[in-house]
Write a protein that binds this ligand. Structure first.
Ligand code: GLA
Length: 436
């Protein structure tokens, strides 16, 4: 590896710089060119809105909508069919077939159509003998199915975990991963094992993302039964279940807190909070609503470039929870070029007045090995990843950040003055901090 020599004043600065260099050479550096999902994948999936009502007409119309409504322009790419695209039985040779009633033209023709729109097509299967909906799963047909997908021009496989008696998740998922790779076609592999066997500990080289929880529901705060057990996970429960997982994610391997429910019945505030949090979590942004008919507010949330840029930041470091008090949480996400994003989440139903006096706060991120220096002198090391970085290292200077409200598109001054804002109930304040 190329050695970077830095000359700076002061021992404290030297410490910071060594840590920074470790970060740039570490697990979060870019993977080899051509690797899939170097930033979290973006697209759409049929399940959250349509359940079993998936058809080639729906997929075509969804591709049409994505290509023209502004979603493709901001990075959405995959159009994915979930369960029930398959015929109830394999053919006599064991080949997987599309449901002939709902996909009369077959998957190859559909893939061609989606590709003609400049988009990619995804399918769904299961590591067990049957999918969760009872259609044929890929158990003992991994190679045959992977080859079928590749021959049709499929670009993405979501792989579920129903009907798996006697299977071990790491081996079962590796088997399909190997089968996909053997086809020679780049097919993004999205593991859907609900976090049962902690896929974050073993799936980094198996697929590009792994579900961390059970299924999401279109609720901000989920449903609890009379025994105190969660029946339906809402946005807040899924968020809480991400604790401790951020260190496992990075370019090419993401924690997946499940697909988006934006536009599926929550309030606009809740949808905005859900979308923002998923961006801060570096979650795959797989929309789950009806793209053919959505309100301007839903489209505005799904296509906000500034918030999506946090999710697609090339460093690929998930946000950390900095503080939590009275139902108000503050999250920070380190971004490329020394920037940060801050999310203030109000979990309460009522609005909350929030004051954040920057000079009293210091954020330390152990993954990027970065700290904010809102008031104290600090080492300013810019563009460390770029050529001649060493020459651009400057001695100790205080860092002031420009503060921008990303949803309101308003500049809110700098970190030299305290931030004061009202955050509506079940909503967020999303801030970007760029060095002044
Ligand atoms: C499981 C998955 C869902 C969906 C359904 C389909 O519940 O977690 O995302 O794919 O199966 O049956």
């Amino acid at each position: 590896m190329k050695k970077i020599v830095l000359t700076v004043n002061g021992a404290a600065c030297a410490g910071v710089i060594i840590l920074l260099c470790t970060a740039c050479a570490g697990a979060h550096g870019p993977k080899k060119p051509g690797a899939l999902a170097l930033t979290p994948q973006m697209g759409w999936n049929s399940w959250n809105k349509f359940r079993g009502r998936v058809s080639e007409q729906l997929i075509r119309e969804t591709a049409d909508a994505m290509a023209t409504n502004g979603m493709k322009a901001v990075g959405y790419q995959y159009v994915n069919m979930d369960d029930f695209w398959q015929a109830p039985q394999r053919d006599a040779r064991g080949n997987i077939l599309a449901d002939p009633t709902r996909f009369p033209s077959g998957i190859k023709a559909l893939a061609d159509y989606v590709h003609s729109k400049g988009l990619k097509l995804g399918v769904y299967s299961d590591a067990g003998a049957h999918t969760c909906g009872g259609r044929p799963g890929s158990r003992d047909h991994e190679t045959q199915d992977a080859q079928a997908y590749a021959s049709w021009g499929v670009d993405y496989l979501k792989y579920d975990w129903c009907d798996v008696d006697g299977l071990q998740a790491p081996a079962a998922y590796k088997k399909m991963s190997d089968a996909l790779r053997a086809t020679g076609r780049p097919i993004l592999f999205s593991l859907c094992e609900w976090g049962t066997s902690k896929p974050w500990t073993w799936a980094k080289d198996v697929g590009q993302s792994w579900r961390t929880t059970g299924d999401i529901f279109a609720k901000f705060d989920g449903l609890i039964d009379h025994n105190g057990k969660w029946q339906e996970h809402g946005v807040l429960q899924i968020l809480d279940l991400q604790a401790g997982l951020r260190k496992y994610a990075g370019p090419g391997h993401w924690n997946d807190p499940d697909m988006l429910e934006v536009g599926n019945g929550m309030s606009v505030n809740e949808d905005r909070a859900h979308f923002t949090l998923w961006c801060f979590l570096d979650a795959p942004l797989i929309s789950g609503n009806d793209l053919r008919h959505m309100t301007p507010e839903t489209l505005k949330i799904l296509t906000d470039k500034d918030v999506i840029a946090l999710n697609q930041d090339p460093m690929g470091i998930e946000a950390l929870k900095y503080s939590a008090r009275d139902g108000v949480e503050v999250w920070f996400k380190p971004l490329a070029h020394g920037a940060w994003a801050m999310c203030v989440l109000n979990r309460n139903k009522e609005p909350r007045q929030v004051t954040f006096d920057w000079k009293d706060e210091k954020v330390t991120d152990e993954i990027s090995n970065r700290e904010t220096h809102f008031d104290t002198p600090a080492c300013r090391v810019r563009d460390l990843w770029q050529k001649h970085a060493a020459e651009r290292a400057i001695g100790p200077v205080p860092i002031t950040y420009r503060v921008r409200d990303l949803w309101k598109k308003q500049d809110l001054g700098t970190t030299e003055t305290p931030l004061s804002a009202e955050v509506p109930g079940h909503d967020v304040l999303a801030i970007r901090l760029d060095e002044k």
